[in-house]
Design a protein around this ligand. Structure first.
Ligand SMILES: [Mg+2]
Length: 259
């Protein structure tokens, strides 16, 4: 079984688990399995923008074998306009910074992310996991993939940290993880990454990790997706509850993008 499959299924299932609870406050709900409806009124097992943009990135790498910035940005645009990589071709969630970058894209210059400190949502962090599977990828390339939509140094640095962490887990290296209390599970990239590290490093199975992540509340889909990607790599596809894989929608889209 490929590690990319472990990662992407772990990610997509985390996303789908979190979608019904997005924006809900910690302690006001208790997620124990995959359900439908809730915040976005979607069917159970529906993944969101996080997975679609991750799959768009995968599909580009699959086609070219290397990072082609303009092609990735074109695929993001097709997702936004035509619903490519989205379940039923419906885009029901998009971050402001990502949307403004896609609007700015002229088809030529792909680096459309804002550099200001207010543009540090988790919108680039939530789509860079496939980069961990590109041989010899450099920090500059990871930075540039963030810059497509998020060009502030904080977003860039956290993307690099996350991709390198994923690679360490892929390679079975010992990783030392620390997080800051209190755990603020917001969409601010630093809070999101801190929440991910907390959920991942304080649990010992895929299921435990993603349930801990989603029950933090706040930006549940993105935090659980990112944590689920790492947990998928660590514990493997076979550790993901069968029932959740069964309920997950869009498996044909996922499988067509894996490389
Ligand atoms: Mg989302």
């Amino acid at each position: 079984m490929s590690k990319l499959k472990d990662a992407i299924y772990g990610f997509a299932i985390g996303d789908a688990l979190g979608v019904p609870y997005e924006f809900k406050e910690r302690g006001t709900f208790n997620c124990q399995t995959m359900i439908g409806h809730g915040t976005w009124n979607q069917k159970a097992g529906t993944f969101s923008d996080d997975t679609s943009l991750t799959l768009a990135t995968c599909a580009s790498i699959k086609k070219y074998g290397v990072i082609k910035y303009q092609d990735i940005m074109k695929r993001f645009t097709r997702w936004y306009i035509d619903g490519e990589y989205a379940i039923d071709r419906v885009v029901f969630d998009i971050g402001n910074t990502t949307m403004s970058a896609i609007h700015k894209f002229d088809g030529i210059n792909p680096f459309c992310g804002d550099t200001d400190a207010w543009s540090n949502g988790n919108g680039s962090l939530m789509r860079v996991l496939p980069l961990a599977f590109v041989n010899n990828i450099t920090d500059d390339e990871i930075a540039n993939v963030s810059r497509l939509t998020h060009a502030n140094k904080l977003s860039i640095d956290i993307c690099i940290k996350y991709v390198r962490l994923a690679q360490d887990i892929i390679n079975g290296n010992a990783v030392e993880l620390s997080y800051e209390e209190p755990i603020k599970s917001t969409g601010f990239v630093k809070d999101t990454f801190n929440s991910v590290i907390y959920a991942f490093s304080t649990t010992s199975s895929y299921k435990e990790c993603v349930l801990k992540a989603v029950n933090l509340g706040g930006d549940t889909d993105t935090i659980t997706a990112i944590a689920g990607g790492l947990a998928g790599i660590k514990y493997g596809y076979d550790s993901i509850p069968r029932e959740w894989i069964k309920i997950l929608r869009g498996k044909d889209i996922i499988d067509s993008c894996l490389f």
